[in-house]
Write a protein of this length. Sequence first.
Length: 473
Amino acid sequence: MIAHVLALAVVFQGPPESTSRITTAHDWVVRLGRNMGDSIWPGFRPDTIPVLYVVRGQGTLLLGWHGDLPPGFLPIAADPGAAPRGESMAGAGWQSSADRGAASTGMQLAGRPTAQVVVGDSQSIAMLVGVTTHEAFHVFEAASKKEGRRFGQGENAVLVTSYPVFDSQNESVVALEGRILEAAGRASSREQRRTLARQFLAVREARHRALGAEFAEFEQLAELNEGLAEYTLVRVVQLAARQRDFPDRGGAGRLQTDKLTALHKLTQDVTKSLRLRFYETGPALGLLLDRLEGPAWKVRLIDQNLTVQDALADASGYRAQELALRRQAESTFVVAKLRAAADSGVAGLKAARRAQVDSVLSAPGVQLVVTVEGRSIGACGFDPQNLLQVEPGVLLHTRWFQACAGDFQATFNTPVVQDANTQTLRAVVGADSTVTVTPANGGVRIESPLVSLRAGKAAVSRDGRVLTVKIGP
């Protein structure tokens, strides 16, 4: 039923016999994804995501591909016992080279989102099932990403370069968090798990206040990104081990044990990046949520734009008193009326700001429009006391602004509308008689009492009162 045994017969050179372990693992991912995908994560179908298995020193195996194979991949002959002689294995290809620098990740292959798994000699079938699911989940996260939503956003990985790894106070509390999560994973009752969840949150939130908002957000987004992907690794192996015909129950059991051991030693392996800690805390939090709330937390996390930590606070009742007090205040002071007033006020503010922009740009004189292509307009100088938001990405500098982008620089001593969505500046820069435009070696200089502009590469045009400067990359 499960394992497709790869034959050695391929056009030119085929995959080695050892890849039968990989195809067995992949078949289990397909089976579980098709039949139990929502039990891993709502809407997640790892059986629909192609996978590249990079076998170091041997080649690259592609499984789960639909349609013609990508360039460089040769079809693989199917098992003669399971298919007519000479028929190719569906959706499978082999390339007799392996990228030495490859890493397990989500990537693009021939324009198609694909999971990539680097295969080691010691990886069991259970681990391959898990890692395949982990990397496929990254593909799912990327496809689910939405503006303003945490899920799929990823953490700012640059912060690993400045994270306070030499702060012994922070390190000791991280270790404490690991021990609490380990105990919660071993707890035998729901009440014990609930108590330990609250202890974890109290310890974690106090540490995050000392750590600072930037690093606290880094940790929480890392748990959403890598932590939840690792949760799906553990979850799919749990589901596999419940099937009577799963061939690696021993490997599944060892994986569960190893996860608890890793929490006990969360800060001890100094040879590895601190980012790997969230591969342990993320799944531990997810499994704890499973035991406290069942699968509902996953939908709630997405719908309410929560972190895993926030979801645990809700599920454990950690913020029950805060919630009760907030509801009491909202009832006492009739929050619905306050919200209605705020909605009206915001609508009025938007209209007033748009009218203010219209008034500024309709003033008599030359209207200068500057558009920058291939880069962003930076602010080399602005007055925060005289800056107004008009709408998302659009600002009104009401008296002075210095713009810069490479060899483009401009100083405005007049109101300017800056649109970051289109990388455009608009301003009325004075009467025709006061504005001079001078070509300069493929660029332009513009001067008036209200503006001084230099651009090394620009095209200038005039249409009525509108003077347009298009600055190239």
